[in-house]
Design a protein around this ligand. Structure first.
Ligand code: ADP
Ligand code: MG
Length: 253
């Protein structure tokens, strides 16, 4: 249904240039409004958090309330959600520079280690030797790629329970593209799997199965990988869920 609607909208837009321009302006205005709003609300959250900090310093006994910690966590979640909303709307700007994508992968994965350890989830990083030649001087947007990876590892972590495992790997794929190999960045986990119905909707913006999800994570990842000329796919069975991001090694300006 969603696809039919999208097709219909595309058709209408292609039939009338003036209409298409007006719609695109409205979209842009909307995105700007969402970004501004997210920004303002995040500022307010920062204020609330510093007020809480002051209360805690003056009245340490508040920490005895189980809900006290919960307030902080809820504020952090709200902050992250708002961040997702504004990120999703600002993905057109990519700033690619030559850099070492391996270091980015290792550092980003490491930043999840404390959380994984706390939850009893194993975290592994595996870099194939043959990928190094391409990965150490790769043209990419460091901030965006980190965002993509954070979203993927976060999803994996949210699907995992105690004693499950997450693996982040980088290898070289020779099949996806005909004329040159691609870097293959994969995040896999053996947490709960994705059923067929959900699989169809994974990349729809705002689709989520989580209580406090934004449903924007994978849409953001897809946009980022596409903006690097790449492609993304997801497979899931009883044993593993694996997200594969293909990044071309032959890059165009
Ligand atoms: P959110 O995480 O906010 O729900 P995402 O776009 O990141 O939004 O993911 C959309 C949905 O895809 C999730 O709600 C979840 O149902 C499913 N999903 C994504 N990654 C995984 C994974 N590694 N394992 C199981 N389900 C996943
Ligand atoms: Mg997510």
């Amino acid at each position: 249904m969603k696809e039919e609607e999208d097709e219909r909208i595309k058709q209408l837009l292609s039939e009338n240039e003036e209409f298409a321009a007006a719609i695109s302006q409205i979209k842009e205005d909307n995105q700007l409004a969402i970004s501004k709003m997210s920004h303002e609300i995040r500022n307010m959250i920062t204020l609330v958090k510093s007020s809480l900090q002051i209360i805690e310093t003056r009245h340490p006994e508040v920490k005895d309330f189980a809900l006290w910690e919960q307030i902080g966590e809820d504020l952090n979640t709200t902050n992250e959600m708002l961040m997702q909303y504004s990120t999703y709307n600002n993905l057109l700007k990519v700033n690619k520079k030559s850099g070492d994508i391996i270091t980015l992968i290792e550092n980003t994965a490491e930043s999840f280690r404390p959380q994984c350890e706390q939850r009893g989830i194993g975290l592994f990083v595996s870099i194939a030797a043959e990928a190094r030649k391409y990965a150490s001087h790769y043209e990419f947007d460091k901030i965006r790629m980190k965002q993509a990876l954070i979203n993927l590892i976060k999803n994996a972590m949210e699907a995992c329970s105690r004693n499950d495992e997450i693996t982040v790997s980088l290898s070289l794929d020779h099949e996806k593209l005909a004329d040159s190999p691609s870097l293959l960045l994969q995040v896999s986990d053996n947490g709960y799997s994705i059923n067929k119905e959900i699989m169809k909707k994974l990349f729809e913006p705002y689709f989520t199965t989580k209580d406090t999800g934004t449903g924007l994570g994978l849409s953001i990842v897809k946009k980022i990988i596409y903006s690097h000329g790449g492609d993304i796919s997801v497979e899931s069975d009883d044993a593993v869920t694996k997200v594969s991001c293909y990044l071309p090694t032959k890059q165009h300006a």
